[in-house]
Design a protein around this ligand. Structure first.
Ligand code: PLP
Length: 348
């Protein structure tokens, strides 16, 4: 039986057409700037978001960490939500790579308000405090359960940044999911963010790759930092070709993933073993189990039916829908979820 792998949207494998695009990619040495496929991907992604330039990197962690390194100085402070990937899931990289600290905002499901951002800006000219240098948003918010900022909400935070002379970065690992759900235009993002990290290896289904976007001067600095971190790749065009294919062919289908996530949410709301479900906005479903299952027992029960899910903390489970989840797999999941009803309470 083919596994129904809902642990993450990173688990997708290249489609036959994507493999063909990789196979026939024109390549060169990208450290020399000579890989046509990488250059084309960087230019294409930058143009989509109204940015001057792009930089192809092996991972979204690297694009985020490079952006933070270029935008900050040691002893300065980055404002982000406490659930942010840059804080929770990048191995403590900000203090290590940039010597900067973090002001953590307790936002709503990963989203900060302009008022919260402004309240965390440090007073100037007081040596007790770190200097605020950067504000970082995440769209969609992973730990928030796939919530998204609208362009109006982004504009309001950008206005605070502008007033205080702060730089604004976007961790857009799932920015295309946010755009699909909000109907906002990617081009507008370029006018509000100083830098954007876009992942092609999440819902878009490329095997590897993220692109960092910003001004030509910013990307010039970023290219230097990428080399220092060991991220200068040579004939990377084979990977870039997969990313370009993903941008051309896998953006328009993202509402499919959102529809499947909504169907899973609707089923979960009927189940007798669910304490709560975070309202589904994009392709992430996070829910809490009641005392009929522990998260481990639940993950094991699903695994017995060929379905993989992530434990996301005590009693918490995460499903992520993506390109490789078919309607048949969705039906199998929905039937399995239903069949898990009426199990005895664990403690009984
Ligand atoms: C996946 C992800 C990243 C980047 O992860 P990599 O595995 O390093 O590519 C960054 N931010 C968010 C919100 C993510 O979900």
């Amino acid at each position: 039986m083919q596994l129904t792998d809902l642990r993450s949207d990173t688990v997708t494998k290249p489609t036959p057409a994507m493999r063909q695009a990789m196979f026939s990619a024109e390549v060169g040495d990208d450290v020399y700037g000579e890989d046509a496929s990488v250059n084309a991907l960087e230019a294409k992604t930058a143009a989509m978001f109204g940015m001057e330039a792009g930089l192809f990197c092996p991972s979204g962690t690297m694009t985020n960490q490079i952006a933070i390194k270029v935008h900050t100085q040691p002893l300065t402070e980055v404002i982000c939500d406490i659930t942010a990937h840059i804080y929770q899931y990048e191995g403590g990289g900000i203090p290590f790579n940039s010597g900067a600290s973090m002001a953590l905002v307790y936002g709503e499901r990963g989203k900060m308000t302009p008022q919260q951002v402004e309240a965390h800006i440090r007073p100037l000219d007081n040596v007790h405090f770190p200097e605020t240098s950067l504000v970082a948003l995440e769209n969609t918010c992973n730990k928030g359960g796939g919530t998204y900022y609208t362009i109006a909400e982004i504009a309001a935070i950008a206005e605070v940044c502008q007033r205080h002379g702060l730089v604004l970065h976007l961790d857009g690992a799932r920015v295309f999911n946010a755009l699909a759900a909000s109907g906002d235009s990617a081009l507008d993002y370029g006018s509000y963010f100083d830098s954007i990290s876009v992942c092609l290896s999440k819902g878009l289904g490329a095997p590897v790759g993220s692109v960092l976007l910003g001004s030509a001067a910013f990307i010039k600095r970023a290219r230097r930092v990428r080399k220092v971190l060991g991220g200068g790749m040579r004939q990377a065009g084979y990977l870039a070709a997969a990313c370009s294919y993903a941008l051309d062919h896998h953006v328009a289908r993202l509402p499919e993933d959102h529809r499947k996530a909504k169907a899973i949410e609707a089923s979960l709301l009927q189940r007798d073993y669910i304490a709560s479900v975070l309202p589904v906005e994009t392709n992430i479903v996070i829910f809490k189990l009641n005392d009929r299952y522990t998260d481990k027992a639940f993950v094991d029960a699903l695994a017995g039916k060929g379905i993989l899910a992530s434990s996301f903390g005590p009693q918490m489970i995460r499903f992520v829908t993506h390109l490789d989840i078919t309607d048949t797999m969705l039906d199998h999941l929905l039937q399995t979820l239903q069949a898990l009803d009426h199990t005895p309470v664990l403690s009984a």
